[in-house]
Design a protein around this ligand. Structure first.
Ligand code: ADP
Ligand code: ADP
Length: 229
């Protein structure tokens, strides 16, 4: 089924005299259980696009539907509910709270969720059952990112949005994190969108969106998405 429909999205930032067209007429659909990688040079509009899909920002023009619900005309309260219940976010620098343990970081998301999963089960799933009571500073970068993925998933969102999730990790650790994201996509039929600079990641996605100067330049489909090497 179709999860997201975007039609002719544009985003204009105005700063005094300066106007930036961050997105220009971007249209696409995202299917349930699909993994999409967004590639493009710095400044091409990747983060802007992810923020709009995630309900953190609104398009200047165009339409965006989530399971038929128009997000482009939703008010702040509706967008907050959408972000809390339907979307999981994963960031480059993990954004864990330093004074909370791994388990407590995950549990924090449980409190705001409508249909939460078990935090303990998810920590086990990401391979960190024995790290539940460690603080972020006691965990490696890869472990912190896996906690962040558990935190995003515990809300049981249909959509998982990842902004450079492996940007701060070494190659081997990146692969572990990507395999985890792919596993959630395949096993639980989550829609996963990953922004990256790393073209090698593209081979594991069902589709690759290439952004250029705020336009969706082309979409490439992979018949057989590969697990990362
Ligand atoms: P990417 O993620 O591909 O690097 P961004 O979406 O961050 O690209 O940015 C796209 C363009 O929009 C850039 O020119 C950037 O400077 C501009 N931009 C992004 N966010 C803002 C903002 N909050 N205010 C003004 N300009 C912005
Ligand atoms: P990786 O090989 O995944 O990059 P590290 O070599 O950084 O991991 O860490 C190896 C192990 O040591 C990890 O399991 C982590 O839990 C533990 N560890 C890393 N940094 C600290 C720390 N500052 N305090 C306690 N344990 C740590």
């Amino acid at each position: 089924d179709t999860l997201i429909v975007a039609r002719n999205l544009s985003k204009v930032y105005k700063m005094g005299e300066v106007t930036v067209e961050a997105l220009r007429g971007v249209s696409f659909e995202l299917m349930e259980g699909e993994m999409v990688v967004v590639l493009g040079p710095s400044g091409s509009g990747k983060s802007t696009l992810l923020n709009i899909i995630g309900g953190m920002d609104k398009p200047s023009d165009g339409e965006l539907f989530y399971m038929g619900t128009p997000l482009h005309s939703s008010d702040g309260k509706q967008l907050t509910s959408y972000r809390r219940n339907e979307v999981g976010f994963v960031f480059q620098f993990y954004n864990l709270l330093p004074n909370l343990t791994a388990l407590e970081n995950v549990l924090l998301s449980v409190q705001i969720a409508r249909n939460p999963l078990s935090a303990e089960e998810l920590l086990k799933k990401v391979g960190l059952a024995d790290r539940a009571h460690h603080f972020p500073s006691q965990l490696s970068g890869g472990e912190q990112q896996r906690v962040a993925i558990a935190r995003a998933m515990v809300k049981n969102p249909r959509l998982l949005l990842c902004d450079e999730p492996t940007g701060a990790l070494d190659y081997k650790t990146s692969i572990q994190v990507l395999k985890l994201l792919q596993d959630f996509c395949y096993t639980y039929s989550k829609t996963v969108v990953i922004i990256t600079h790393n073209a090698a990641i593209a081979q594991m996605a069902h589709r690759v969106f290439y952004l250029k100067d705020g336009r969706l330049d082309r979409i490439v489909e992979n018949e057989n998405p590969l697990p990362p090497e």
